[in-house]
Ligand binder design. Sequence first.
Ligand SMILES: [Fe+2]
Length: 504
Amino acid sequence: MATETVKRRLAFQKSYSQEHGGWRRKSLIDDAKFETLSNLEFEKREKIHSKGDSISEEEDVFVNGDAIVTSDKSNKLTFGIILSLKDGSTNIGPIISLFENFRITIKHIETRKSRKSDAHSEVFLLCSGKKDGVTAATTNIQKHSKVSGVDIISESSPENKPEIWFPRHISELDKCTHLISKFEPELDLDHPGYTDKAYRDRRQKIADIAFDYKHGDPIPRVEYTQEDINTWGHVFRQLKKLFPTHACKIHRDIFQVLEDECGYTADNIPQLEDISNFLKRKTGFQLRPVSGLLTARDFLASLAFRVFQCTQYVRHGSKPDYTPEPDCIHELLGHVPMLADPGFAQFSQELGLNSLGASDEDIEKFATLYWFTIEFGLCKQGGQIRAYGAAVLSSYGELLHALGDTPERRAFDPVKTSLQEYTDQDLQPIFYVVESFEDMMDKMRNYAANIRRPYEVRYDPYTQTVQTLNNKDMLHSVTRDLRGELEYLERAIDRIQCLTMTGR
Ligand SMILES: [Fe+2]
C-alpha cells in the first residue's frame, strides 16, 4: 500500500512537471510553491472529509514526506497506530471501512511482516480525526476478529502540535531526497536528449549514483564522454572571457585557485569527489550527488549541514548554451567557487538553518531569497556591479544580460525580495543588488529573527548535528562554549598588543 501511495505521489509530481513545462528553467521557488499548494490542498480535503462529503480514494492519499501535518483549525488528533493481524493477513479493507465509519482519515498506510512472529503481519496507519471518533474507532478495532494487537504510537492535538520533521544529523540527509521535478529525457518530448538513447542511458547511470548514495560514501567518479567534455569546454571558454569584467572578486580569485589546483580546464570536467574534498578544506562544505531538483525543504535543509546537493550529469551537447535543468557545468562553474568563500558559505548555511522546521509559507520565502541571492545575486564592488549568483555566473547570455542596460536592479531587502514574483519564461527582468556580503548577512539575520518558529537552531560541527536551543541546559552549554571562545580571543588580542608595545 505504501508503494501505491508513493506511485500516486510520483504520478502527481510528474504531471506537475509535464504540465508546467519540462522545457523551462526550474527553481526552488516553483517547488516550494508546489509543496505549499499540495499541503493546502490536503488540508482542504481533510475539511471536506470532516463535513462528511465524499472524496475518492484516488484523492485521499497524500503524505508530506516524513512530516505529520495537523490542522489547528479543525480540532483534530493526528496519531499513528500499529495493528497486528492474525494469520499473516494483509486484508485491511474491512479495517479501513471501520475507520471511515468513524470519520477517521487515513493519511498513510504501510504493511510489513511482524517483527514478533512470522505468522502475523503488521499494518502501520497514520490517521487523523476528531477525538470521539478516534476513541470509538480504536476501541472497536480491538474487537475485530483479524486484529490481535493495537499499539497507538503517537498522538497529537492542536494543543500538542507535532513539529515538522527535519534532519538532526548529517547522515539523516539520506532521507532528504524527495525529487519534486525530476527531468528525465525519456519523459519530455522537448528535451534535447529525448531521441538520443546513448545520452539517456548515460543519464540513467549517473542518476543511479545519486539514488544509491549514502552519507559518508565517496562520490563515484563518472567517465565523461568526449561529447560531454566538448560541451563543458564550450561553456568554460565563453565564460572565462567574461569573468574578469563580470564576476565578483571572490569568484574570480577562487576560480583561479580551482584552475591551479583542481583541474579546471577547458578539456577536463572535474570530478565531484575531488571538488568536494577541496571545499571541505576551504569552508567545510561538501557535495552530495543528486539526480535532479529536490524539494525546496530538502535542498535548503542540506545547506544547514554545509552539504550542497549537486548534479553530476552534463546537459545535452546539441544545446550547450542552454539547459532547463541544473547540470554539473552550472554547479562547478557557478556554485563551487562561491561555496569556497568562508563568508558566503556561512550565509548559505544560515539560510539552511533558518529553513529547518519552518512553515511551508516561510519555506517558499526562503526559496525566493535563495533564488535572488545564491542563484541570481548581484553585488557592488569598487563602484561597479558584479555577479555572484551561480545561475548568472554559469550562463554567458544571463551574465551579459544581468550587467547590461535592460534589467531593473533593486536594492536587496529580504522582506520585499522574499515576496517578489519570479519569472521563469525568459531572462530575469529584476535583479537584487547587495552592498556587501556582510550587509546581506545582517539583513538576512534580521529577517530570520521574525519568522514564526518557537526555537532557534544551531549547528555543532564536531558532532555534525543540529541542536534545538529550547532548554536551559542546552543554552548553558552553548554559553560555556562561547565564553571559552571569547577568552581565546581576548588572549590573542592581549598578545598582539603586547607585541606591538614591545616593538617586536
Ligand atoms: Fe543552482
